[in-house]
Design a protein around this ligand. Structure first.
Ligand code: JS2
Length: 289
């Protein structure tokens, strides 16, 4: 009669059961290790992706960004003649936000800002546009005195965004207050694309004599890679370009109207059949605009 008593786990190696259970143990352990590796890998990937999303080299979105826009929009007081029709600040703030929220901050296009450009359309009288390059503070000091003249930052669109930073995420309606991409991180970032399209629109509207304030304390007063050299100059359809090359009182001029960079600027302006004039000045009082 067969021995039905409980048969103990096979102890010896030559027992076939032993080898099977040992193999099962090995597969089980391998399975667990693999699972831990996969889960670990996914966790590391998610964390890295989150960190990458948050780790741009530029400063994050300006605190209370939309509130700042709203208050700047309602406090904009420059010559209302230049703004056709009532300014709808709620729509303007919404259009600005929609230009970059829920979008990859490295894939922003000029089209994203189209609705905002439409809502902030402004026609600056001929001869009243002042462009600048590496002379922001001086240019704004001049237009503070001469309220009839406009830099881009005196026009509604530039006034709204001057000095601010903003960017979002491709898959959330939040704004990124930690960091935003610089031009070095990616060219199609919200701020760079904004100033390029705003500068292009501003230059497109310029007519008559366009004045530009350049910095004579720099060896390359006209920098072809600047926003003025890269965007505005090539967009201008004005009749004349008048350069004011500002030198500081004390220092030796590094570049002058007879310098090579200005000669290059003149060739581009003449190529666009704009009459060209350049004047070296030591102070803003010498600017005859
Ligand atoms: C203003 C900002 C920001 O003619 C001027 C303006 O119309 C401007 O839009 O572009 C021209 C100046 O730019 P450029 O020639 O590159 O001179 P820069 O001194 O090197 O200024 C660099 C910044 C221009 C664009 N931009 N403009 N307010 O807050 C601001 N942020 C950026 N990136």
């Amino acid at each position: 009669m067969a021995d039905t008593s409980f048969s103990p786990v096979p102890q010896r190696e030559e027992d076939p059961g032993y080898r099977v259970s040992r193999r099962n143990k090995i597969w089980f352990v391998l399975g667990v290790v693999l699972l831990v590796l996969v889960v670990g890998g996914v966790v590391v990937w998610v964390v890295l992706r989150h960190m990458k999303r948050n780790s741009w080299h530029g400063r994050g979105t300006t605190a209370n960004f939309s509130l700042v826009l709203q208050s700047r929009c309602s406090s904009y007081r420059r010559d209302p003649q230049t703004v056709p029709g009532p300014v709808d600040c709620t729509k303007i703030v919404e259009a600005f936000e929609n230009a970059f929220i829920f979008k990859d901050p490295c894939k922003i296009t000029e089209e994203d800002y189209e609705p905002l450009l439409k809502l902030t359309k402004q026609s600056i009288p001929c001869g009243k546009v002042l462009l600048w390059s590496k002379t922001k503070a001086m240019a704004h000091r001049f237009t503070q005195q001469r309220q009839d003249l406009f830099t881009l930052e005196d026009a509604l669109l530039g006034y709204l965004a001057d000095g601010l930073s903003w960017c979002g995420f491709p898959d959330s309606n939040a704004m990124n207050y930690q960091s935003c991409p610089t031009r070095g991180d990616c060219k199609e970032n919200p701020v760079s694309v904004f100033w390029d399209v705003a500068s292009k629109t501003f230059a497109q509207g310029a007519c008559g004599v366009v004045n530009v304030l350049l910095n004579g304390t720099r060896s390359n007063a006209f920098d072809e890679n600047s926003t003025f050299g890269r965007v505005e100059l090539h967009t201008l359809k004005a009749s004349a370009l008048h350069v004011w090359l500002l030198h500081d009182q004390e220092g030796e001029p590094s570049d002058t109207c007879s310098g090579s960079s200005i000669a290059h600027l003149e060739s581009i302006a003449s190529g666009k059949s704009m009459t060209f004039n350049c004047q070296d000045i030591k102070s803003l009082d010498e600017m005859r605009v």
